[in-house]
Design a protein around this ligand. Structure first.
Ligand code: SAH
Ligand code: SF4
Ligand code: F3S
Length: 492
């Protein structure tokens, strides 16, 4: 029997049955009266970590239906897009690729094309109608029924959209990880209740629902024990709002996860300043395993803009939170998101954002120009600010921040950091390995010998040079693949 059960809510339809062909040794899957020979799926994901995490989950389900992933479009039997609607840019990239797939479908008879994710949630029906070559669309809350949908298409019933919300009380799943990595994303809350005036996410991901703490702790315990996971990133659109409906909190969850032997590092993303409680700040000081990095989106440094965005805090409150976090955890590294040129932003309001960046001293920022989204409240406000002014302000924000972070990074030179090495590559003709420190800084280093494989090794690296965007280090110590109880180390 396949192992798709327990991953989430599945429909009442037929289940996958796996057999091995005694002659060819090939895996065959039957579901209902259909046989699924080995097939390939080509997937393209846009958007946030949640979407990448969802794509992994989709791929894990599809394995049970005999699909393996391919990077080559020419080999694909099925094409799946996991879409993002947060800004025009990601939207446009998806539409141009969807157009290109039309030719692939003409070339290959029987190619199945599906779209999932945030665009599919809100516009799936119209898109399936509009694009002849699109077979089906599915929303963000039904990904655990992907095999039922694919079955339906191969059974000859295509051109449908499923975007219903999961109405069950509890959000209950089990994490799936891809084979060889000691890092896992663990989804603990879905949806968002904040309704910031510019943001489409509450409309594409629905209302907030959290998993029960006992379930998450057991899930992580199993990941550590049976899958060799050493680092988890707790995921949610507004992760520090976790547990509200169940009388539980993110701080309580981190305190419980801290007790799991073999788990070395806990990260969480993304947070809203409104939900940063004193209890959570305290945990940043007391937890042995919590990352010394926090991404805390501020969006703007202007009180009036924040009000128009419905962010529910002032710049002073935000800066106060940073102060408290730094008092609780002096080594904490902070980053943020900024939206440049929000509706009718004045020059003075823009200057307030530059001023906040100077005061906050972020390690890095993600910044974007404001992009109006249909359905949101901001889209209904008349915006008199010209697009080129928005662009110019974005460039000013980015230049100002690069200057700040370059100075911060210079202070890292000479210090030693412990990190998990995740990949290698060539930079300027030299082979280098790369990892992320506990506080989320990316460091490259040159191996001692070209043959040495450092993938998923813990290493200590001493920073030798740094720019605004990256740090170079030299290897001090290779600690091997087993976690050296990072939590007891004083290294950042
Ligand atoms: N839940 C997270 C963010 C999710 S969206 C939070 O509240 O912080 C990620 C980022 O995209 C946001 O922080 C914001 O900076 C940006 N963003 C969202 N909607 C946008 C829009 N309409 N235009 C430009 N940037 C936007
Ligand atoms: Fe969007 Fe605001 Fe929710 Fe973040 S908190 S996902 S910006 S509505
Ligand atoms: Fe995009 Fe949806 Fe994530 S809109 S940012 S993929 S929640």
């Amino acid at each position: 029997m396949a192992t798709a059960s327990g991953l989430g809510t599945r429909g009442e339809g037929p289940r996958e049955i796996i057999t091995i062909d005694p002659v060819t040794g090939e895996k065959m899957v039957t579901m209902g009266d259909l046989t699924f020979p080995p097939r390939k799926v080509w997937m393209k994901t846009f958007g946030c970590q949640m979407n990448y995490h969802d794509s992994d989950r989709i791929a894990a389900h599809l394995k049970d239906l005999n699909f393996t992933k391919t990077e080559e479009l020419d080999e694909a039997d099925m094409v799946l897009f996991n879409t993002c609607a947060v800004r025009d840019l990601s939207n446009n990239k998806f539409y141009s690729q969807l157009g290109e797939i039309k030719h692939a479908k003409k070339k290959k008879n029987g190619l199945v094309v599906g779209i999932g994710g945030c665009v599919a949630q809100t516009e799936g029906k119209e898109l399936v109608k509009k694009y002849q070559h699109l077979d089906f669309a599915f929303g963000t809350d039904v990904i655990d029924t992907i095999n039922d949908m694919v079955f339906r298409v191969y059974a000859g019933d295509s051109k449908f959209t499923i975007n219903s919300w999961d109405r069950s009380e509890n959000f209950s799943i089990e994490t799936k990880v891809s084979a060889d990595s000691p890092q896992a994303f663990v989804n603990i809350i879905k949806g968002c209740n904040k309704y910031c005036t510019y943001c489409i996410v509450p409309y594409t991901r629905g209302k907030e629902r959290s998993r029960l703490m006992a379930e998450v702790v057991e899930d992580v315990r199993k990941l550590v024990k049976y899958q060799g996971i050493q680092e988890v990133t707790l995921l949610g659109q507004n992760v520090n709002s976790y547990g509200k409906e169940n009388g539980e909190t993110l701080a309580m969850l981190i305190t419980e996860l801290d007790k799991i032997d073999g788990l070395e590092l806990i990260r969480y993303t993304t947070s809203h300043p409104y939900d940063v409680s004193d209890e959570l700040i305290a945990v940043h000081g007391t937890s042995k395993k919590l990352s010394k990095h926090l991404h805390l989106p501020v969006q703007s440094g202007s009180a009036t803009v924040l009000e128009r965005m419905h962010r529910e805090y002032t710049p002073e409150h935000y800066l106060g939170l940073l102060e408290k976090l730094r008092a609780a955890q002096p080594e904490i590294v902070l980053s943020t998101d900024i939206i440049a040129g929000f509706v009718n932003e004045t020059e003075e309001e823009h200057q307030d954002t530059l001023d906040l960046l100077s005061k906050a001293q972020f390690d890095f920022i993600y910044s974007y120009t404001y992009s109006p989204r249909a359905k949101t409240r901001a889209d209904k406000m008349e915006d008199l600010l010209p697009v080129d002014v928005k662009g110019a302000r974005l460039r000013q924000i980015q230049a100002h921040q690069l200057d700040i972070q370059n100075k911060i990074h210079q202070t890292m030179i000479g210090k030693t950091y412990r990190m998990l090495v995740d990949s290698d590559g060539h930079m300027g003709g030299t082979k280098k390995w790369k990892g992320r420190t506990n506080c989320n800084r990316i460091v490259h280093f040159v191996p001692e010998t070209i043959e040495q494989d450092y993938k998923w090794h813990w290493v200590d690296v001493k920073i030798t040079s740094a720019t605004a965007l990256s740090c170079q280090g030299e290897l001090v110590k290779d600690l091997g693949k087993t976690a050296p109880s990072l939590s007891q180390s004083l290294l950042q």
